[in-house]
Design a protein around this ligand. Structure first.
Ligand code: PTT
Ligand code: SF4
Length: 609
């Protein structure tokens, strides 16, 4: 194994309370890097096909990468991955946490949990030592209280990730939380932990990370930190962070409003970055970051709430709520219960529209009804009552039960994050082809799209989506580091191959890295096909509403997506990826990417071209 990786997974069987190290082949490190890439390779290799996502055989994986925990901007990130209970396909998320740094120092590239404990458990990893601690006293506690108690027990110098009541109650979009305001794993990674009765993981690592050229890593990292601070965008970023996006989205007419019916919201000034600045009481963030973006306000209940754009758009404009302090309460509750803000905002938006259409048996919800949304969010997190239970399953499942699928805003079962796409076909493609369902993380093409030929369905646009999927979804998720220094303050991308080569001694250029990214993308698609036991291009279609119900307000009133043109755009995308017209990677593509090992399985399920 080259330097830069440990070459070891920690394999933890919760049913047997056993832990053992597993060495993995060096080609996995070279071909998949780490994080998402390594998690996908592990899932292909070790997950029994057709496994119940909430059954003991599912794997819950925490994975870091060769850049995690190194002295370079924003390297304190970790991928959490599993077969998703929300979508049935590959699921993951990215969380900024000291647990990532400790895991790297503890000598593990990934920790894989299998089986299920018979009672609530905290797993404690201290370098090579693993213990299974009783968590009866923590079960039922919210994420803040859980972490507070664990810190009292294990001290400040440990990394902790945990679930809240939503994960315990198997809410299908429960997330993994850390440090009172970091959340990861939108497609139900918290529910997978809950199904294993795994309340929290505490990690302490004391080893030195093996590096090929530590001096060069340090010097390049130091330069990068200086570049971040020198960037023109830095000062405003430090003021508003991702909250600046509210004004941008309003102007671009992509701010999700009334369950993605409109792209503009009359009350946007009540929830924007400037309003946040008036209410700000603190600023915090992930380890090793010198552009921290977690902006904390005092919410309507006088408690701290850490805001980001997605949270505020989905719990604010999307629900017709124009008071940032009230949005802050919903956001804080989501963090404490450990539930994804995007999905919960989307299901509550859908429920409001469904209630207007008389689909919810006497339930009456109105836009902007803060008290009703607060109660509903708690009902969902605790699976309380019929509606709470229904919505805890996600919007795709809820609309199948009640009708209203034309305005259920999801792709592959994952609720769309906070960009309306009536007037953004490229972003619609990005959502539709994201590797976990509708998430913007893989290709936030919309900022480029609105600044260029916005309404085009061109091959160039499909190529741009792929380029971003490579860099963001493929590489940042596998390095593993925060992408925001590059996205938001323009840190040069060239630092990454340079530091990666210095860390590992393996020479990486962009061609090689793009190849890694394409391999990961195609492997993840293979996992989807295997787990769903089939595939069709319908899986890569954006929500029906964007085709059927045009915007009625704002500069792009009347805009909607064109079905035939979108299909052409999807064809360009498949062609550029070397996938066939169903969205299945071609045999030749698989071989070129070194994925010959998935051929037989895919051949049997869908037949390969
Ligand atoms: C991410 C998604 C996002 S993306 C946001 S706000 W964003 C929401 N945050 C939630 C939250 O908070 N609490 C909660 N209960 N649910 C939430 N759901 C939503 O989850 C986050 C930052 C942000 S803030 C973004 S864009 C970037 N995302 C990165 C990424 O995906 N990869 C990467 N290599 N770097 C990234 N940097 C940025 O990290 P998911 P975090 Mg997140 C409170 O997890 O599942 O990927 O969904 O990790 O530590 O909270 O940092 O405007
Ligand atoms: Fe975390 Fe924000 Fe820093 Fe990224 S920029 S590492 S999300 S604090």
């Amino acid at each position: 194994m080259p330097k830069g990786w440990w070459g070891r997974l920690l394999w933890i069987d919760l049913s047997r309370k056993e832990a053992k190290p597993v060495e993995y082949p060096s080609e996995w490190a070279l071909d998949y890097l780490g994080g998402r890439g390594l998690a996908a390779r592990i899932i292909w290799e070790y997950l029994e096909p057709g496994t119940d996502p909430l059954g003991p055989k599912n794997l819950f994986i925490m994975a870091v990468g060769p850049l995690t925990g190194l002295p370079l901007p924003s390297s304190g990130k970790m991928v959490v991955a599993a077969k998703s209970p929300l979508t049935g396909g590959y699921g993951d998320g990215n969380v900024g946490t000291w647990a990532s740094v400790h895991m790297r120092r503890a000598g593990w590239d990934a920790i894989v949990f299998t089986g299920a404990a018979d009672k609530p458990t905290v797993v404690v990893v201290e370098d090579d030592k693993v213990s299974f601690e009783d968590a009866d006293d923590l079960w039922g506690l919210d994420t803040w209280k859980t972490e507070e108690k664990l810190r009292e027990r294990y001290g400040k110098n440990v990394g902790i990730v945990e679930i809240g009541p939503a994960g315990e109650n198997l809410v299908k979009y429960a997330t993994v939380m850390s440090q009172e305001g970091r959340s990861g794993g939108r497609p139900g990674m918290g529910a997978v932990m809950g199904s294993k009765k795994l309340k929290a993981v505490v990690i302490k690592g004391t080893k030195e990370i093996p590096l090929h050229d530590a001096k060069r890593v340090r010097s390049e990292g130091a330069k990068a930190y200086i570049d971040v601070k020198k960037a023109q965008a830095y000062d405003f970023w430090m003021r508003q962070g991702t909250m600046m996006t509210i004004d941008w989205a309003q102007e671009a007419s992509v701010l999700p409003t009334y369950n993605f019916s409109e792209g503009v919201f009359d009350g946007f000034k009540g929830i924007n970055g400037y309003r946040m600045e008036e209410l700000k009481i603190d600023q915090r963030g992930c380890p090793y970051c010198n552009m921290v973006c977690g902006n904390v306000i005092k919410d309507a209940e006088e408690l701290p709430s850490e805001l980001d754009y997605e949270n505020v758009a989905m719990l604010g404009s999307n629900l017709g709520l124009d008071d940032l302090q009230k949005v802050g309460v919903l956001n804080r509750l989501a963090d404490k219960y450990g539930i994804d803000t995007i999905s919960v905002g989307s299901v509550m938006g859908w429920a409001t529209e469904a209630s207007h259409n008389g689909l919810l048996d006497g339930v009456k919800l109105e836009w902007g009804d803060y008290e009703a949304y607060k109660t509903l969010l708690e009902d969902i997190s605790l699976r309380r009552g019929e509606l709470g239970n229904l919505l805890a399953e996600g919007v795709a499942s809820a609309c199948k039960a009640k009708g209203g699928c034309d305005y259920a805003i999801h792709v592959k079962g994952l609720e769309v994050s906070a960009y309306d796409c009536h007037a953004a076909p490229g972003m619609a493609l990005a959502y539709a082809t994201s590797s976990i369902g509708a998430h913007h993380k893989d290709a936030w093409v919309i900022s480029w799209e609105v600044a260029t030929d916005r309404f085009a369905y061109s091959k160039e646009k499909a190529a741009k989506v792929i380029e971003l999927q490579r860099i963001r979804g493929g590489l940042f998720e596998s390095f593993v580091a925060c992408r925001l220094p590059w996205v938001e303050v323009g840190l040069s991308l060239d630092y990454y191959p340079k530091i990666l080569s210095a860390a590992t001694g393996v020479s990486y250029d962009w061609e090689k890295l793009y190849n890694v990214a394409d391999r990961i993308y195609a492997l993840i698609r293979a996992i989807w096909i295997r787990e769903l036991n089939g595939w069709s291009r319908e899986m890569d279609m954006p929500p029906a509403k964007w085709f059927k119900k045009p915007l009625t307000k704002g500069p792009h009133a009347g805009a909607k997506l064109d079905y035939d043109k979108y299909n052409q755009l999807l064809n360009y995308y498949y062609e550029l990826r070397g996938w066939d017209e169903r969205g299945v990677p071609r045999k030749e593509t698989l071989r070129k990417l070194g994925l010959g090992f998935v051929e037989d399985t895919l051949e049997k399920i869908v037949g390969l071209n």
